[in-house]
Design a protein around this ligand. Sequence first.
Ligand code: SAM
Length: 359
Amino acid sequence: MGMDVAQIQSMALVRDLVHGRWKAQALSLILQLRIPQLLEDGPRTLVSLADQLEVSEDGLGRLMNVMVALGLFARDDQGRLTNNDASALLTADNPASLRLDALHTLSPSMGICWDNLEYAVRHGTSGFEHAMGQSVFSYLQDRPAEADVTHAFQAQVTRWNVPGLLATGFFPETGKVVDVGGGNGTTLVELLRQRPGLQGILYDLPDAVERARTIVAAAGLTDRIELREGDFFATVPSGGNLYLLSHVLHDWPDGRAVEIVRAVGAAMGPDSELLVVELAKPKDGGSWVMAYLDLLVLVGLGGRERTADEYRGLVERAGLSVIREAEAGPKDFSLGIVLARCPRDVPTTPRSPDQASRR
Ligand SMILES: C[S@@+](CC[C@H](N)C(=O)[O-])C[C@H]1O[C@@H](n2cnc3c(N)ncnc32)[C@H](O)[C@@H]1O
């Protein structure tokens, strides 16, 4: 009895799931050996690659056979190895490069996360923290190479949000933006470039601030961006007109996320505003990528992806009043953007003319 198309597709799906981890392991070695970069200047024979890398020609040949068969890399008419469109995406120079995504996703810390998936699923909390006794963020403080990749990948993803954020009209032309958990500073630099009247404070843990120092200096913005190290559960710098929490709250379970918003609320002045920016989970759950991200922040950090309504709920639980909301970006990956104030400035009962005039 022959198989129908649906059966063949189901078999391909299951096979792909079964072998996925080992294919990724092979890809990880390809990245470690920097093969896409070594082929950037043109085709190379297997023997010259093996000589340069000081690895077994036979072993490398078998690894490359698998990769070529899977469609990553090709061979020219002389049998030499070359990059193709797929492997070119793993070089740094390609504008659509997936190199940082691959290096981050296949990094040791992510390996620890997924090795502890069972714990995360059984208990609904971070598998990484269970295994390591510390959060991913504190683990990265002592691992500069991994921290570089993690911050650079995060920045590559979120810098593309800047045009959508500015289009909301929620950003002032002048004043001070405090980017709370602002990472390596890339997004704040991009924002300030496009809004020449703005000043900024980048606030994050020491490893991120260290990286921001270089990025802010390279952008020539040291006079407009102040760098501040600290823990956003304990304290947040005061003096900002607009506080930004971009892709921060999804890292944390509800209670901890509310604590962060409260700490921001405590730093806010009577005229300050808070902008929460997150990927908004569609009400129907969205694509597999959204479901995957939701599982990823659980295993890694005990966090969760949320709908725009759920983010609004967190902000309100922290005692702030939501004044406006917006969405930006494509469906399935749209940003939920919540603008909030401290209630002391949003009176629920009308003021008497006398009180109003004193403001
Ligand atoms: C997912 S990244 C978001 C980075 C940036 N806001 C963006 O949109 O690309 C979360 C950031 O929170 C920072 N972070 C984690 N725990 C923190 C803490 N306790 N205090 C301050 N920053 C923290 C991390 O170092 C990281 O840069």
